[in-house]
Write a protein that binds this ligand. Structure first.
Ligand code: FNR
Length: 390
């Protein structure tokens, strides 16, 4: 019997055994300007490079006499169960990576039993996303707007449509400058220039998807409104977020608040004192303040300072289950991934995101097995050392 020929997506996914493989293959699936927008860091990309260097410096130290063949990856995040300690980070304009966008990502997260975070700058609306991932654990990422009425409408929709938490991002007073976007003449929302048009011609699959789906737009805002038209414009966002705003978000949404983008122990304390239930140590994947601290390096100090007052999450540069194990051992409750799932989406739509989540899950499982830990809670500081530190 001859096996039926695998379709192109299955063939591609079968060759991708690591997130680095997915990344390398995804690059060829989308126009160069889209790739640059997703892949780039800000300014000289120093923070982005340091995020990876720091993870690579981590040594994992096994305690072999505790080993079990299939460690338990389940955990709780914000008091609710999750199948593994991964969270899908909010990313703006996700339908640029693949026309199935946010809905495909959230459905994959729901099946994998991990939370998905919808961005304020999403290309899918808050209710549509909830409908696409019934039973999923969805969180809503809030960019606070100067016009509080707009933010209030977002919080109200998030609450009504069953989102479990609000992630308030505080590191985007202005949008970081990605030099490649500037050189490419790339903007959000995208404009067609001779250069971008020339790039599109080489990617008929991507163009076909975009043309046959809903027009790309900032879908969390009412159609035709100033916010929908100008989306990421700095002037529309609140540019002076204060600790009191955390309490406001919490009170108005009635949901737990996760503050994303703190990068000092002092700011983490301020956020928790103001009512945050969790903080995400993040330098936005190296896309905002260049030369910002590296989240994983701050983690032990912040976990120590907050104790059990709040959960601590980390992102920026997580590319493997080994990276996740390192963060968990240093005290993180969970790790967020951004670009990895976008690469999966570029490569194979929903199936590409499934593949990325399975790579991360199985790598974490194998790493924990080899580290000799039976469950997530058993990972501790004894399992990590930063090479180069005394
Ligand atoms: C982001 N990120 C982000 N964060 C946020 O709070 N709101 C947003 O709208 C976006 N948009 C966005 C778009 C793209 C294309 C990327 C790559 C990232 C940051 C994101 O949530 C997360 O902090 C980083 O992606 C984590 O780093 P890694 O996993 O990409 O290295």
């Amino acid at each position: 019997l001859r096996r039926p020929a695998a379709d192109a997506v299955s063939r591609r996914l079968a060759r991708a055994v690591s997130i680095d493989d997915v990344e390398a293959m995804a690059r060829r699936r989308v126009p160069g300007a889209v790739w640059d927008y997703v892949h780039s860091g800000s300014d000289a990309e120093i923070a982005m490079a340091r995020n990876r260097e720091a993870f690579e410096r981590v040594e994992l130290r096994p305690t072999v006499f505790g080993a079990v063949a299939t460690p338990d990856l389940t955990t709780t995040m914000l008091g609710r169960p999750a199948a593994s300690p991964f969270v899908l980070a909010p990313t703006g304009y996700t339908r640029l990576s693949h026309h199935t966008g946010e809905c495909a990502v959230a459905a994959a997260a729901a099946d994998a039993g991990v939370p998905y975070t919808l961005s304020t700058y999403a290309t899918t609306s808050i209710p549509d996303l909830a409908a696409a991932a019934p039973g999923g654990r969805n969180w809503y990422q809030l960019y606070l707007m100067r016009d509080r009425g707009v933010s209030l409408a977002h919080l109200e929709q998030a609450r009504v449509h069953g989102y479990e938490a609000v992630m308030l991002t505080v590191d985007t007073v202005v949008t970081g400058m990605k030099r490649k976007d500037r050189r490419n003449g790339f903007a959000i929302p995208p404009e067609l220039t001779p250069r971008t048009l020339a790039g599109l011609a080489r990617h008929p699959g991507w163009v076909g998807g975009i043309l046959t789906s809903e027009p790309l737009r900032f879908a969390t805002f009412p159609e035709g409104s100033e916010h929908a038209r100008w989306g990421v414009s700095n002037a529309l966002r609140e540019q002076a977020i204060r600790p009191e705003d955390i309490a406001w978000v919490k009170e108005r949404s009635g949901l737990p608040v996760v503050v994303k983008g703190v990068l000092t122990t002092q700011d983490a304390r301020v956020a928790v004192d103001a009512g945050a239930d969790a903080v995400v140590l993040s330098n936005h994947g190296g896309r905002q303040l260049d030369r910002a601290p590296v989240p994983i390096e701050l983690l032990p100090e912040v976990v120590d300072a907050l104790g059990d007052r709040a959960e601590v999450y980390v992102d920026s540069g997580v590319r493997s289950g080994g990276d996740a194990a390192a963060a968990l051992a240093m005290g993180a409750r969970g790790v967020l991934v951004g670009r990895p799932y976008l690469y999966g989406l570029m490569l194979g739509g929903r199936r590409g995101v499934d593949a990325v989540l399975e790579i991360l899950r199985s790598e974490l499982e194998r790493t924990m097995c080899l580290l000799g830990v039976p469950d997530v809670g058993s990972l501790g500081p004894q399992h990590v050392r930063l090479r180069g530190d005394s």
